[in-house]
Design a protein around this ligand. Structure first.
Ligand code: PRP
Ligand code: URA
Length: 206
């Protein structure tokens, strides 16, 4: 596995606004939408293209069209923040959903929903903004593999070293894109410095 930190100045600017405890949900949604677009663009940087001629108003030239089918699978609920940005960039993408929720006391995620399209032969982007203990991401990727996903990438906003290490151990074949790699986890298994509970900040729940 390789962990790629997207250090584009705009990504770091948006991440800083997401971290800011005074950012209200409406702005949090807007910043996460823009940051997700940047992360997804980076995670698809090496997509193959298919050459084909294209007629401009002036002459024919060589065009390059996307040559790889994609799927995007958000991990509910916070991963929903990253779905629309993916659809804006890749309207033809297949969409699946995995519902996982961490127990507040144990931080162990339990699965409550799974609905997936055909993933065979597609590049599947699993999107979940927080890679904390890595338990949710590891479970999600196991579900995707069991469903036939054979090319997988993980896109998150922030990872902890513990989460990245756990994902590397469970799924060394899956590369990860993030905007930040933080110091660690607190005693409640929240990422520090982090940004708090992404789902709560996105939807204003407490
Ligand atoms: C958050 C986040 C990840 C998970 C990360 O979801 O969106 O899915 O925690 O933690 P982990 O790496 O320790 O598993 P949460 O369970 O809080 O559910 P929510 O998205 O519904 O708020
Ligand atoms: N889930 C979150 O939303 N934030 C964390 O820091 C850890 C898990």
């Amino acid at each position: 596995m390789s962990l790629k930190i997207v250090d584009h100045p705009l990504a770091q600017h948006l991440l800083s606004h997401l971290r800011d405890a005074s950012t209200p949900p409406a702005q949090f949604r807007q910043f996460s939408r823009l940051l997700s677009q940047l992360l997804i663009i980076e995670a698809t940087r090496e997509l193959p293209t298919r050459p084909a001629p294209v007629q401009t108003p002036l002459e024919e030239t060589q065009g390059h069209y996307l040559g790889q089918s994609l799927a995007v699978v958000p991990v509910l609920r916070a991963g929903l923040a990253m779905l629309e940005p993916a659809l804006d960039l890749f309207p033809e993408v297949g969409v699946g959903y995995i519902g996982l929720e961490r127990n507040h006391d144990t931080a162990i995620a339990h699965s409550y929903y799974c609905k997936l399209p055909n993933l065979v032969g597609k590049l599947t982007l699993c999107v979940d903004p927080m890679l904390a203990t890595g338990g949710s991401a590891s479970q999600a990727i196991s579900l995707l593999k069991a469903h036939g996903a054979d090319q997988l990438r993980m896109v998150s906003v922030i990872a902890s070293p513990e989460g990245a290490a756990r994902l590397q151990e469970a799924h060394p074949d899956v590369d990860v894109w993030v905007a930040g790699l933080d110091r660690g986890l607190n005693d409640k298994k929240y990422i520090v410095p982090g940004l708090g509970d992404f789902g709560d900040r996105l939807y204003g729940t407490l």
